[in-house]
Design a protein around this ligand. Sequence first.
Ligand code: HAM
Length: 403
Amino acid sequence: MINPLRGMKDLTFEESERFTHIVETATTIAKHYGYGYIETPILEETALFKRSVGDSSDIVSKEMYQFEDKGGNDVCMRPEGTAGVVRSFVHAKLDRQPMKQKFYYYGPMFRYERPQKGRLREFHQFGCESFGEASVYEDFTIITMISQIFEALGIGFDLQINSLGCTTCMPPYKQNLVSFLTDTKEELCEDCNRRIGSNPIRVLDCKNKTCQSLLVNSPKLIENLCDACDADFKQLTKLLDNASITYEVDTNLVRGLDYYNKTAFEFVSNDIGSQSAIAGGGRYDKLVEFLDGKPTPAVGFAIGIERIMELVKMPELTREGIYLGAMTEEAVEKLFAIATDKRKETKVTLEYSSKGFKSHMKGADKVNARYVVLIGEDELANGTVWVKDLESKEEKTVLVGEF
Ligand code: HAM
């Protein structure tokens, strides 16, 4: 027997119902916010992720499904969705159009991480990317949209926000941070020591307890933002307060991808164990430019579908559709025309073998049908069907074309 690869899962039965429910709910809400569907390839040039997610990020330096294809190209299975959407945006020259563009997507992402509960090597995201809007109103709107998706799915969450500043305030802050980290170098873990040179901001979200206790005294970017970033962050918190969306400012929230600036956020749940981030995102105003497009402000997010599958409250199952059966062999072929007709409007379960009454009633119950429609000898002779509504318990015999 051949097993699925480690960290990869089949999606079947009840789980696939959950998956579909999540995607459909998120899609409906995203459309209400003006997002249109985009699908980009799973396989992209490796350079795309190196340039966008960042060479020194864990995702690119340790977790990529990267290989040479038969044509000798250096390619990679996408570890996330934003880079591909931005590449597509630039490729289609949408950066040269004046109007704002909003895209949603869902699909598999690949990261060669150590699998554990809530952490897979193939997982699925539902994401949205909004291009062309620099106002912090858009950051607020996106956070509201995610809250609305979680509310519709019956999922509770905590929201953490931070600002990662901009090209004015980030460089002097980085210098400050590096000198603080250099002074505490000896006590910091190996990973942090490596990051001081390559990506000092990432030291802030090190999970090592000793590093965390040292970082309590580190300089905070939120206290060193330039006037514009500071005003935006204050505006965002005011809008969240007014909308009664509770949040916590986490000055160490830096996200694992290098393209962010200004607003960064994460939605976490306390009900799913250590891999508690259920959605993450933020602003990435420089990425379009970085991928050779015209400067275009942008903001987006992605939800981890597998993580919220554990939390989602499914709507109560209601009886649905028709169960069609014959009680005499000769009637079986009469069922096809009825099924084809009724399938234009509802779900039909067609039983191919003729069976006794009780057997059919059990079958209808098993598939949770609303109506049982049966043809026996009498019905066959009279061109009628016997119909029972399993909710109201009403039953009747009517002409074939009349139910
Ligand atoms: P991310 O935080 O890396 O952001 O991933 C978003 C969500 O994907 C996480 O919050 C988590 O729920 C889920 N996730 C990540 N890795 C795994 C894994 N190994 N197994 C299961 N679920 C996982 C991004 O990917 C950005 N592209 C989000 C974004 C869009 N920012 C702006 N636009």
